[in-house]
Design a protein around this ligand. Sequence first.
Ligand code: EPZ
Length: 428
Amino acid sequence: MYKIIIQKSENLRGAVEVGGSKNAVLPLMAATLLTEEPCIISGVPNLKDVDVMCRLLGSFGAVVDVDQAAAQIRVDASNIVSSVAPPELVKAMRASIVSMGPLLARTGKAGIPLPGGCAIGDRPIDLHIKGFIALGADVEMVGDENDDGFVTACAARMRGAEMYLDFASVGATENIMMAAALAEGTTIIENPAQEPEIVDLANFLNKMGARIRGAGTDVIRIEGVSRLHGAEHSVIPDRIEAGTFMLAAAITRSSVLVGNMLPNHVMPITAKLRECGVLIKEEGTGLRVDATRGVLRATDIKTLPYPGFPTDIQPQFMAFLTTVPGPSNVIETVFENRFMHIEELNRMNAGIIEAGRRAILKGGAALRGADVRATDLRAGAALVLAGLAAEGTTEVTDVFHIDRGYDNLVGKLAELGARIKRVRRSES
Ligand code: EPZ
């Protein structure tokens, strides 16, 4: 077991390179199940969740070759021997659910233990199921999230359908898009997720021979085809990792170049940081984030589906806002329990008041180093950022959460001059 030890770090400098997107690469890997021809995905980040997805694909019979040096994965799913996701892998990574759509489309059946909730919310899959049923699948759910529930779906060949998503669910949009790609006829998804990761998946599916239009807009149209072929694809940069480094610059009042990223994917984060007085402009392969000038001011944030403010940056932005003079509000509308980091930040003298889906920050906090625990992936990142600004020493434990979604966060921050290290918990 490891922990991360952080000292107050001012004046970070230099440039940091963003890696491939976790939330894009996972559905891309699942999509390789849709063809019996090999696929190659490059720009793959070195993450625990990617390892789990490799094992999941292997459990279905796919041959997965990982070339870590080349950041490349080759998947040959010509021989599917199982359509049932192993419980231990689903428990390790709830995004396993996006293997259901491709398996159903490719083999006519799919089974998966209910992923169940996690720290940030119940994480139901009703919209995924609504989509499969609309496409003509028979879906049966046994039990529920609390007692090893299991859901199976089967359909000889799915038929295109029109459907509306009550919530612009990312996973449900991905699952339905992949299932509909091989359905007979046309599928229309209204109110789909519009995240960049949806567009990246649609681009990969179209390279495989799918006929998807409208990804990234509020209506996606899919013309089903009879088969898909192998393809090669490079993952988009991780906009959440990029946003995390933008906030590392902001919380330490530094000027840092966040490179190898797509500025339009972080538009909501850029807009809100500019409202706080942080100077941001395009430079090289990314954005120059300069928080060295003048006194920053507070702003409010409210999370929404893309292109609204991303929920995955809410904890990190909250940590930053605690250090900015003036009151601010943080409203979380996407997940029902994504404030687990408040208790931990308050151990650092953040002075945050939680009121349901709203967090009230008085601002101008003099953060103090403390022993804190990462409760989930992005909460862990927020505590690391807070440690960079806090007087004294901060120790973050349960860093396995952070390893799920960040490739060498400690090393990249240290490269920028942060006083941070990762040690075994037995060491001090
Ligand atoms: C994806 O999760 C991301 N994960 C999450 O990132 C991200 O926070 C989320 O999208 C929202 O942007 C991956 O892409 C692997 P949703 P997903 O379905 O697909 C409700 C991170 O930190 N909902 O859009 O699970 C659900 O309860 C992770 O990288 C239903 O009600 O998110 C939640 O309140 C965390 N019924 C909301 O929608 C459903 O059938 C958003 O869920 C599905 C979802």
